[in-house]
Design a protein around this ligand. Structure first.
Ligand SMILES: [Fe+2]
Ligand SMILES: [Fe+2]
Length: 222
């Protein structure tokens, strides 16, 4: 984590950035995602991936006007907080194609993060946070949150305004059970761009890329 901070940020920026992300990086759920159990792209841990996306998001926001740095950084910190390690993991299997990890994980990330970090959802605009997380994979579509069996791998629940915002967000540009559009808000679109930048930096080859749909990756060492 220190290496990533030193790679991109000066001392003053590190201080400001850490102040924002503190509630998340100090949580047990995030710490768990920094272990080798959670490999995200090849051998990079999910925690490292999330942190790198958040750092690039922070720097991008500082270059622009009229963007909420905190909301964008929180979207980045929460965008991939799915439940299970997704590669080479039989427990992550589903029956329906559009319930696969690639389409489903933004929905899990919203439900998990809303339960794990309620204080952030209380303090900031839930529509900006949720829409940013939900559409971060664009141009890949996301699973619509509806009454059909989503085969979610989380026991957490969501209700009230949060549930309404999740339904609204996944029902935009709907085609069947998938929603196909970019985030309505600048903050979410910046995260989506930085997510792709980070993925490009670390992808080794086409196997790493196809694993996004198949869930199998032979580049991973145990
Ligand atoms: Fe993702
Ligand atoms: Fe990501």
């Amino acid at each position: 984590m220190i290496e990533l901070l030193d790679k991109y940020l000066n001392n003053e920026e590190q201080k400001e950035f850490l102040e924002i992300v503190k509630p998340i990086i100090e949580s047990e759920e995030f710490k768990y995602r920094c272990t080798s159990v959670f490999k995200h792209h090849d051998n990079i841990t999910l925690g490292e991936h999330i942190l790198e996306v958040a750092i690039l998001t922070y720097l991008e926001c500082k270059k622009r006007n009229n963007v909420s740095i905190n909301e964008a950084v929180y979207i980045a910190m929460m965008h991939d907080l799915y439940t299970n390690p997704w590669q080479n993991n039989p427990n992550n299997k589903v029956k329906y194609f559009f319930n696969k990890h690639g389409f489903r994980h933004p929905v899990e990330a919203v439900i998990n993060s809303a339960n794990w970090f309620p204080e952030i959802y209380k303090k900031y605009d839930i529509n900006i946070l949720i829409d940013g997380i939900i559409h971060h994979m664009y141009p890949l579509p996301v699973r619509v949150y509806n009454d059909k069996n989503l085969e979610l791998k989380t026991n957490n629940q969501i209700d009230g305004d949060l549930k309404k915002a999740l339904i609204d967000s996944t029902n935009r540009c709907k085609i069947g059970d998938i929603s196909f559009c970019r985030s309505r808000y600048k903050e979410g679109r910046i995260v989506s761009m930085c997510d792709k930048k980070v993925t490009r930096i670390h992808l080794k080859n086409v196997t790493s890329l196809t694993s996004g749909v198949t869930g199998r990756n032979k580049n991973i060492t145990n």
